[in-house]
Design a protein around this ligand. Structure first.
Ligand SMILES: NC(=O)c1ccc[n+]([C@@H]2O[C@H](COP(=O)([O-])OP(=O)(O)OC[C@H]3O[C@@H](n4cnc5c(N)ncnc54)[C@H](OP(=O)(O)O)[C@@H]3O)[C@@H](O)[C@H]2O)c1
Length: 242
């Protein structure tokens, strides 16, 4: 078993939480970051009770210093980091004519700047170590645009593009995977304040798959031999056709 030190941003719920549980069960050491530390502490207890190892850190991905500390502290504690799952994201959907500009800013800050902060904090360590694995959680919204999701999709197209650029530029010892989920059970839609977008989401999200389906894909990507780079995985509920 090749045990890795795996950093997960946005580990306090949904896909990040499921990824932490699965990877810890598989023997990896998980470092859990998010703003809701109480949720992380409970998750770490569940992992430890099941025989795994985990540590928690308060993390705000919009703050470059916070992300740098998250990564540097893990490197100080373990001598290396093997994987960062840049998963933290928000999705307050609305039509553009709702003019909810603060919510557009928040999506840009978390979904794009947060990803860039994760890359900036980790890339020098991967280069020094001679290896590492970036996993970006994008979305089917990185491949198609739907009404109410213009800004969200723009952030996910950006996440896709940044991750592909990283793949092209990075040394082959550094692996890069973009995972694009369809509708997954999580708290993601709770941040929608626009009533029209809320109503549309209730129908759109009726058929969802559990977050462990995404965690399993991440596990697959990081468990491949060093010369195998799984670049892209799209996972939708079988019933999701759009
Ligand atoms: N669920 C879906 O249908 C779906 C589909 C496609 C893509 N995705 C993507 O999957 C990723 C995970 O979302 P999810 O579905 O699991 O939703 P979720 O349950 O709402 O989880 C989002 C996570 O992001 C964290 N987060 C938000 N802002 C943050 C910040 N400033 N700093 C650090 N962490 C922050 C949250 O933690 P705190 O609030 O505690 O900070 C939470 O742990 C997102 O990138 C999302 O866009 C989800």
């Amino acid at each position: 078993m090749n045990t890795k030190v795996v950093l997960i941003t946005g580990a306090s719920s949904g896909i990040g939480e499921a990824t932490a549980l699965r990877l810890a069960r598989e023997g990896h050491h998980v470092v859990l970051g998010a703003r809701r530390e109480d949720r992380l502490t409970k998750l770490a207890s569940v992992i430890r009770d099941a025989g795994g190892t985990a540590e928690v850190a308060r993390l705000d991905v919009t703050d470059r210093t916070s992300v740098a500390e998250f990564v540097d502290n893990a490197v100080s504690a373990h001598g290396r980091v093997d994987v960062i799952v840049n998963n933290a994201g928000v999705m307050p959907l609305s039509r553009l004519d709702s003019l909810l500009a603060d919510e557009w800013d928040r999506m840009i800050d978390v979904n794009i700047r947060g990803l860039l902060h994760g890359i900036a904090a980790t890339l020098p360590h991967f280069e020094r170590q001679g290896g590492g694995h970036f996993v970006t959680i994008a979305s089917v919204g990185a491949h198609q645009v739907v009404p109410t999701a213009a800004v969200y999709c723009a952030t996910k197209y950006a996440a896709w593009a940044i991750t592909e650029g990283l793949r092209l530029e990075a040394d082959p010892s550094i692996r890069v995977t973009t995972v694009s989920p369809g509708v997954v059970e999580s708290e993601l839609a709770d941040s929608i304040t626009d009533p029209g977008a809320q109503a549309a989401m209730r129908t759109y999200r009726a058929d969802s798959i559990p977050p462990d389906a995404i965690a399993e894909a991440i596990s697959y990507a990081i468990s491949q031999p060093a010369e195998v780079d799984v670049n892209e995985i799209v996972i939708r509920p079988a019933r999701q056709r759009a």
